[in-house]
Design a protein around this ligand. Structure first.
Ligand code: GLU
Length: 479
């Protein structure tokens, strides 16, 4: 296999994409597909590498950017756009391929894609970022690499709703009259066609996923853990959109956040850290360090090595690798980020009996809710608009009948809860919850079915390969 330049944190002998391919191969042997089909599933179908000029201050900067469509077995392709100095072709290819498997696992009917712009977004003013983003969007339009039925980007590391609204506006202005233009991208602000619940979706999905994992007594017994989230000690690495929301849902539901890590360092307190106070402290002082009562680590990665039940790496890839995996003390690792563990780390931690919940399942909440946003944009109506009042009237009739029959009546507070018809956010949360629960059991069933011979990642890959493989087979004769 050809050697590709590794990202700085990558194991020396193979790249991030090759790491994903290794994981794929491990699982492929437990599936029934012929070699050609497996090769097609693994390959990156289209790689668009671009350079474009943008005037920054007094000069012109040449910006390097990518969009990779890994798979077209279902359309549109789907995946975020990241802004980071670590962006390179190999990284975007790896992330695009993970999107293919992720979408298959959570039954989101899309192919995988990913985009990246090699910039440090902190270096630019909002106006400069807008220029770069709009230029990137117009490059995608020119090459037919974006569109509601073609390829639908979303936020990723270093981007958010603001960038998505610049992109949808650029797309719509280049495609006047396209009635579905809003569906060309997801993760938009609600005022620009976004869906309620998308911002916190990845973090919430991580919470729902791990809550399901720790509800299985048989598995928790093996790890020496009790069932349930309450009282579990959790370390979260990365306090961006994903890490912050994951930590928030864990804390709000009774877990104890014992460690938090950001790029400037990390903090740990076995008795618990209050996430909201830490965020406030970081806002006022500019750093997570110096938080009262916490032990601190100038080397952020050391935070992940502290005692805890659950470790959630939620920033970039390869942070747990051959050099630090044996010092990790967590019993469960939930991959909030894409690719936070190298295959070496997988092996070392697997041998120690650590349960690793793979990225392509655990952080799929983002793309799941993106799917809901896309559906909303295509249907041009807010979820709940047509049926909320109808449901409330129905509940009212039922309650009234029950009260008449029993001669008893419920309190005003109970009445309010019982009569509540679903708002958009309620429907999004329940759709996400159901997705995370049912997808976990699909993976766990495959894992159990393989008789404990493989780890959870390999089981997840088999689930994904089986779905994508059938879809390719049923395509029939290839042209
Ligand atoms: N960037 C997110 C991910 O890696 C979301 C992708 C999407 O919503 O399309 O899953």
């Amino acid at each position: 296999m050809e050697k590709v330049t590794a990202t700085p944190t990558q194991e020396a002998h193979y790249s991030f994409f090759q790491g994903v391919e290794r994981n794929f191969d491990k699982a492929a042997k437990y599936t029934r597909f012929e070699a050609g089909i497996l090769e097609q599933i693994k390959a990156c179908n289209s790689v668009y590498r671009m350079n474009f000029p943008v005037r920054i201050g007094d000069g012109v900067e040449v910006i390097e950017a990518y969009r990779v469509q890994h798979s077209h077995h279902k359309l549109p392709c789907k995946g975020g756009i990241r802004y980071s100095m670590d962006v390179n072709q190999d990284e975007v290819m790896a992330l695009a391929s993970l999107m293919t498997y992720k979408c298959a696992i959570v039954n989101v009917p899309f192919g995988g894609a990913k985009g990246g712009i090699k910039i440090n977004p902190k270096k630019y003013t909002p106006l400069e970022l807008e220029k770069i983003t709009r230029r990137y969007a117009s490059e995608l339009v020119k090459k037919n690499f974006i569109g509601p039925g073609i390829d639908v980007p979303a936020p990723d590391y270093g981007t958010g709703a603001r960038e998505m609204s610049w992109i949808v506006d650029t797309y719509a202005s280049m495609k006047p009259g396209e009635v579905d233009a809003m569906a060309c991208i997801t993760g938009k602000p609600v005022s620009q066609g976004g869906v309620r619940g998308r911002t916190e979706a990845t973090g919430l999905g991580i919470y729902y996923g791990i809550r399901e994992v720790v509800s299985v007594k048989e598995d928790m017994d093996k790890l020496g853990l009790t069932t349930g989230i309450h009282g579990k000690k959790v370390i979260v690495q990365g306090l961006g959109n994903v890490g912050f929301h994951a930590a928030k849902f864990f804390q709000d539901n009774g877990a104890i956040i014992v460690g938090l890590a950001e790029y400037e360092g990390g903090i740990y307190n076995a008795a618990g850290l209050n996430l909201y106070q830490v965020v406030e402290h970081r806002k006022t002082t500019g750093s997570i360090l110096g938080f009262a009562g916490a032990t601190e680590f100038k080397n952020s990665a050391e935070t992940m090595e502290q005692p805890c039940d659950i470790l959630i790496p939620s920033a970039l890839e390869n942070v747990i690798n051959g050099s630090n995996a044996d010092r990790i003390q967590a019993k469960i690792i939930g991959e909030g980020a894409n690719g936070p563990l190298t295959p070496e780390a997988d092996e070392i931690l697997g041998a120690k009996g650590v349960m690793i919940i793979p990225d392509m399942y655990l952080n799929a909440g983002g793309v799941t809710v993106s799917y809901f946003e896309w559906l909303k944009n295509l249907s041009h109506v807010r979820f709940g608009r047509m049926d909320k009042r109808f449901s409330e009237n129905q509940y009212g009739t039922i309650l009234h009948t029950v009260e008449n029959l029993t001669g008893k009546s419920v309190s005003d507070v109970e009445r309010k809860v019982l009569l509540h018809g679903p708002d958009e956010v309620d429907l999004v949360y329940s759709g996400l919850e159901d997705t995370m629960i049912s997808s976990y059991h699909e993976i766990r069933d495959a894992w159990v079915g393989l008789g404990g011979k493989v780890d959870m990642r390999t089981a997840a890959f088999t689930v994904a390969i089986n779905k994508i493989g059938v879809s390719y087979e049923e395509l029939g004769i290839f042209p």
